[in-house]
Design a protein around this ligand. Structure first.
Ligand code: Q0Z
Length: 299
């Protein structure tokens, strides 16, 4: 029996693992300018999975999570088919067995810096998520305090900001308050940990759900795919800092003059290699762990 595909994202898949469990599989695919590139980035899926497990463990005293195991020995035997010819070895380290949660219908975004749509809003109205901010802030400036900026899961493409009250209408006031407090504290702790090791987490998106009646951290947590990671030593307010992980890809693609419509040009091997190294470095710096100690390392 093969596992049933429940959800397919741009760079990852979700399978029904039976028994109210799901298998989250992170691929090595990468997207840039909203397009998935043809060349896999070696170890990217393992990095995102290892980083999620690292943070779920580090935050375990703050909130329960959906994590069951990342150990290949604990995955359903049928999962091996998802590794193709490589079987379970090809899946090791990039698959997470999790408990099925009743997901909140909101994206719990926390912003610690003024970037992306937050910066856009500030330039238009000197507000962030509808709340006034001091005048004179620059792009990429650190915010006085991290801000919870929930959004709805749009059916396709870009999510829609909603006010805290609209979030409360969707999930209930008590849950919205709990979600906000949990996410802001998880961001504070994750960002502080990363910043001690030279990486700024400008903002991040959490997905929460109820498991056994408790609000739990689900999905990926504080990864470069769910967050903006910046190299602290290249952070310069007034500029748009480079992405810690994807910058080599973006720079190279920009240099080709590609019009950003599929198909994208093929990435050269040195760009693939540099990008893979950036992901590995991000994991090792943020966690203090070695990727070679994670499941699926070449032996
Ligand atoms: C996560 C997603 C992915 C595509 C649903 N524990 C959970 N319980 C119920 N639902 C989810 C989870 Cl994590 C859930 N997503 C996002 C993950 C591929 C989309 F691996 N959607």
């Amino acid at each position: 029996m093969s596992l049933k595909l429940v959800h397919s994202g741009k760079v990852r898949e979700l399978y029904d693992a039976g028994d109210d469990r799901l298998l989250m599989v992170a691929s090595d695919r990468i997207s840039a300018f909203d397009v998935v590139l043809a060349e896999p980035i070696p170890d990217k899926g393992r990095v995102l999975t290892a980083m999620t497990v690292y943070f779920l463990e580090a935050l375990a005293d703050l909130a329960p999570s959906h994590l069951v195991t990342a150990d290949p020995a604990g995955l359903p035997a049928d999962a091996a088919a998802l590794g193709g010819d490589g079987g379970m070895d090809a899946l090791a380290g990039r698959a997470l067995l999790v408990r099925r949660a009743e997901m909140l219908p909101i994206e719990c975004i926390v912003r610690g810096y003024l970037a992306g749509s937050g910066w856009k809003e500030y330039t238009a109205s000197r507000t962030l998520h509808g709340t006034s901010l001091p005048a004179g802030l620059r792009q990429a400036d650190r915010l006085p305090e991290p801000v919870f900026t929930p959004s709805t899961k749009a059916t396709e493409g870009h999510d829609l900001n909603i006010s805290f009250d609209e979030a409360a209408d969707l999930v209930g006031k008590e849950t919205a308050e709990k979600a906000r407090d949990l996410c802001v504290e998880a961001y504070r702790r994750g960002a502080a940990q990363a910043e001690r090791h030279g990486i700024i987490v400008a903002d991040t998106k959490f997905e929460l759900g109820f498991i056994d009646g408790e609000l739990a951290l689900c999905d990926e947590v504080l990864t470069p795919d769910s967050s903006r990671f910046w190299p602290a030593d290249e952070w310069q307010p007034g500029t748009n800092p480079p992405s810690f992980d994807k910058q080599p890809v973006r720079d190279w693609l920009e240099g080709t003059g590609w019009d950003k419509r599929p198909p994208p040009p093929a990435l050269p091997a040195d760009v693939v290699r540099a990008t893979s190294e950036r992901y590995t470095t991000a994991y090792e710096r943020v966690s203090g762990r070695s990727l070679s100690d994670w499941y699926g390392a070449a032996s």
